[in-house]
Design a protein around this ligand. Structure first.
Ligand code: SOE
Length: 397
C-alpha cells in the first residue's frame, strides 16, 4: 500500500504582512531594547507590517559584529549616512546620543525613510522644531520612544483619567530617582557616560529622566503651561574621556520643578542621579476629586487605585494587577496573572507605530515628533526657570 504523504502546511499565505525593514543606528543599551522590540512585536501583535531588523550601524566594528550576531542581523554599516541611503531600508531607528538625532533625522527625511527616534527628541526646542517641520512636510511616519506610556498599568491610568472618572484633577506628582553618578571619579563622555556631557546630552536629568515624567504627565493630564524650577550640579568637574583632562560639568545632576497644567491642576516633579539607594525609581500619582491613582516602576504591573465612591468603611487603596486580558496590551501576552517587564514597553510602542501605518491619524496612540517637541519645550522652560529663578511660560507645540 502506498504511503500517504503528510499534507504540507503553507508557511507564507497571501495575507502575510509586508516586511518593514528597519535600520538600527546605535547598539548600546537602547539599541538592545529596540532590537528586542523589533524581534518580538511581529510575533505577539498582528498588524499589516512585520518588522525586520535589516541592518545595524555603529562605529566600533568589533562591537557591531558581536551585536549583529546576537540579534541575527545580516548586514552592518559603520557609516550611518550609508545606512540611511540604502534602498532596502524602509525605516531608521535612531539610538544614538542626543546630539546626533537632528542630523540623522533630517537625512532620513531626505532619503524618504520613516523614523523611530530615541528620546529626548533633540538637544533643545529649536532643533526639535526643524525636525518637526521636516517630517511633517514629508508626511513620513515618525515616532519618539517615550516607552513608559506603553506599560499596561500606565496605559490603564491614562484610560481611567480620560474617562473622567477622577472628576476634577487637583494634583500630579512624579519622581525619577537614580544614584549612579555619585562618585566623583566617574568621567564624562563616551559610552553611556555621554549623559554627563552637556554638549552631547543637551541637559542632565531634565532631558534624560524628567522628559519621561513630562511625557507621561502630558499624555495623562494634558498640557503643562508654566513652570518654576531649581537645578543643581553637585560635582562641578569631571575628567572628560575624550581629553583625559578635568572639565567643567555643565549638566543638571538634579532638578525639581513646580508646574501648572492647562486643566488647573498643579504638579511637583523631581529627578536626581544622587538619591543613594534608588536605581530607577520612576513614580507618579494623580489626585482627583473622586479618585486617585499611583504607579511605581519597581512594581510596574500594578496600578494603585483609590475610589472615594465606595462605602466609607470599605475605602482604601487597592492594587490592580494589570495582567488580565482586559488590561491594555496584556491579553496579547501570557495568561492572566503573569507579568510583563520594562522591555515590553518598547514592543508595545513599536506595535502602536506599525498599527498606525494602516489606520487613520485619529487612531494614533504613540508620541510623534510634534508630541515630543511639546515635551522638549517643557524641558527648555524648566532649565530657563532654573537659570532665572522665575516662573516661565511653556511654549506649546
Ligand atoms: C539613564 O540612566 C536611563 O537609562 C535613561 O536614559 C532612560 O531613558 C531611562 O528609561 C532609564 O534611565
Amino acid at each position: 500500500m502506498a504511503k500517504k504523504s503528510p499534507t504540507a502546511i503553507p508557511m507564507i499565505t497571501s495575507d502575510e504582512p509586508r516586511p518593514l525593514r528597519i535600520g538600527l543606528i546605535g547598539y548600546g543599551f537602547m539599541g538592545r531594547a529596540h532590537a528586542n522590540a523589533i524581534h518580538q512585536a511581529g510575533h505577539f501583535f498582528k498588524t499589516g507590517r512585520r518588522p525586520v531588523l535589516q541592518a545595524v550601524c555603529g562605529r566600533n566594528e568589533g562591537n557591531l559584529v558581536e551585536f549583529a550576531k546576537a540579534w541575527q542581523v545580516k548586514s552592518c554599516e559603520t557609516d550611518w549616512r550609508k545606512l540611511v541611503a540604502r534602498a532596502d531600508i524602509d525605516a531608521v531607528d535612531i539610538c544614538t546620543p542626543n546630539d546626533s538625532h537632528m542630523e540623522i533625522a533630517l537625512a532620513c527625511v531626505r532619503h524618504g525613510k520613516m523614523i523611530l527616534c530615541e528620546k529626548p527628541l533633540a538637544l533643545n526646542g529649536s532643533q526639535g522644531e526643524k525636525m518637526v517641520h521636516a517630517v511633517e512636510k514629508s508626511k513620513l511616519p515618525n515616532l519618539v520612544w517615550y516607552n513608559y506610556r506603553f506599560l499596561p498599568a500606565v496605559s490603564l491610568a491614562k484610560n481611567i483619567v480620560s474617562s473622567g472618572e477622577l472628576g476634577k484633577v487637583f494634583h500630579y506628582r512624579a519622581n525619577f530617582l537614580q544614584d549612579w553618578t555619585i562618585s566623583a571619579e566617574l568621567p564624562q563622555g563616551g559610552a553611556g557616560l555621554w549623559r554627563l556631557d552637556a554638549a552631547v546630552a543637551g541637559s542632565g536629568v531634565t532631558g534624560d529622566l524628567l522628559a519621561h515624567c513630562i511625557d507621561t504627565a502630558r499624555w495623562i493630564n494634558g498640557e503643562i503651561v508654566s513652570v518654576a524650577a531649581m537645578t543643581e550640579t553637585f560635582i562641578k568637574e569631571r575628567v572628560h574621556t575624550a581629553t583625559g583632562k578635568k572639565q567643567a560639568v555643565k549638566i543638571d545632576d538634579a532638578c525639581a520643578f513646580l508646574a501648572r497644567f492647562e486643566n488647573g491642576s498643579m504638579a511637583v516633579f523631581e529627578s536626581t542621579r544622587y538619591a543613594r539607594g534608588h536605581k530607577a525609581l520612576y513614580t507618579f500619582e494623580i489626585n482627583g476629586e473622586r479618585k486617585s491613582l499611583a504607579w511605581d516602576l519597581h512594581d510596574l504591573n500594578r496600578l494603585s487605585y483609590f475610589d472615594h465612591g465606595v462605602p466609607s468603611d470599605r475605602r482604601g487603596w487597592s492594587s490592580i494587577h494589570c495582567t488580565d486580558g482586559d488590561h491594555p496590551y496584556a491579553g496579547k501576552w501570557w495568561v492572566p496573572g503573569l507579568g510583563l517587564g520594562y522591555e515590553h514597553s518598547f514592543v508595545h510602542a513599536l506595535y502602536e507605530f506599525l498599527r498606525s501605518l494602516d489606520a487613520p491619524k485619529s487612531e494614533r496612540r504613540y508620541p510623534d515628533f510634534r508630541h515630543a517637541l511639546g515635551t522638549q519645550y517643557v524641558c527648555d522652560a524648566v532649565l530657563a526657570a532654573a537659570r532665572t529663578g522665575k516662573w516661565v511660560e511653556v511654549k506649546q507645540a
